[in-house]
Design a protein around this ligand. Structure first.
Ligand SMILES: [Zn+2]
Length: 224
C-alpha cells in the first residue's frame, strides 16, 4: 500500500500562485506550495517497509517467528510512515493592517526529526522569527512549518534552511530568522557518545541578516 504525502492529493501550485493572491484578506496557500521547496516529497511503501524491517530484524539475529516479535515488522513500518508523514496545513496570511514592523518571534517550538545518515531521531527546539512587511502569518503556522519540514529524512542544516526559505518566499517579509538547537541520538548513543550535546544551526534572511540591530535582537531572543 502506498501512503502518499499530502502533496500527492493536491496539485502542486507554482510558487507565484501565492503572490498573485496577496490582495485578498485571509489568503490561504495550500500545503502544495510547500512542496515547491521540499527536497524530496516521497511516499512510504508500507508493505515493502514491513518486509525490509523483517529482513533487518533477522539480519540482526532476532527470531521474528516468536510471538512477541511477530508483529514488530508491521509496527516498525507504521512508525516510520508516521514519522515521515507531515500533517497538511493551510498557511493562512493576513494583511498587516496595523503596520506592525517589529520582529514576530515564536520561541522554543519543540520538534523531532529523523537523521538521514542513521535513521535515529534528533530532537530539540526551533526559534522562528520574521519581520513583517505587507502580510502577517497565523501564529500557529510558524510551528506547523517546522513540523512539516521536520517530518522527513533530514539533516539539521537543511531543515533550518527550508523553514527560513519557505517563510521568505511565501510571506515576502522584510526578513526571517531561524535558529534550531537539537540533540542528535546518533551523537548521544553511538559514535562519539556525548549525551546532552546540542547542535545549533541558524538561517538568517533579509534585514534579520543585514541589519545589525535586528540581527542582534533576534539572536538575543533566540538565546534567551
Ligand atoms: Zn546521524
Amino acid at each position: 500500500m502506498l501512503i502518499p504525502f499530502a502533496s500527492d492529493a493536491t496539485p502542486v501550485l507554482p510558487g507565484k500562485e501565492f503572490a498573485g493572491r496577496v490582495a485578498k484578506r485571509g489568503v490561504t496557500t495550500s500545503i502544495a506550495s510547500l512542496h515547491a521547496v521540499s527536497t524530496d516529497p516521497g511516499f512510504v511503501d508500507l508493505d515493502a517497509a514491513e518486509r525490509a524491517a523483517g529482513d533487518l530484524l533477522e539480519a540482526l539475529g532476532a527470531d521474528t517467528s516468536s510471538e512477541s516479535l511477530e508483529d514488530t515488522p508491521r509496527r516498525i513500518a507504521a512508525m516510520y510512515a508516521e514519522l515521515l508523514s507531515p500533517a497538511p496545513f493551510d498557511a493562512t496570511t493576513f494583511p498587516n493592517d496595523g503596520g506592525y514592523d517589529e520582529l514576530v518571534v515564536a520561541r522554543e517550538i519543540p520538534f523531532h526529526s529523523l537523521c538521514e545518515h542513521h535513521l535515529l531521531p534528533f530532537v530539540g527546539v526551533a526559534h522562528v522569527a520574521y519581520l513583517p512587511k505587507d502580510r502577517i502569518l497565523g501564529l500557529s503556522k510558524l510551528a506547523r512549518v517546522v513540523d512539516y519540514f521536520a517530518r522527513s529524512l533530514q539533516v539539521q542544516e537543511r531543515l533550518t534552511t527550508q523553514v527560513a526559505d519557505w517563510l521568505q518566499r511565501e510571506l515576502e517579509p522584510k526578513g526571517v530568522g531561524v535558529v534550531i538547537e537539537a540533540e542528535h541520538m546518533c551523537m548521544s548513543l553511538r559514535g562519539i557518545q556525548k549525551p546532552g550535546a546540542k547542535t545549533v544551526t541558524s538561517a538568517l534572511r533579509g534585514l534579520v541578516r543585514d541589519d545589525g540591530r535586528t540581527r542582534q535582537e533576534f539572536l538575543a531572543l533566540a538565546a534567551a
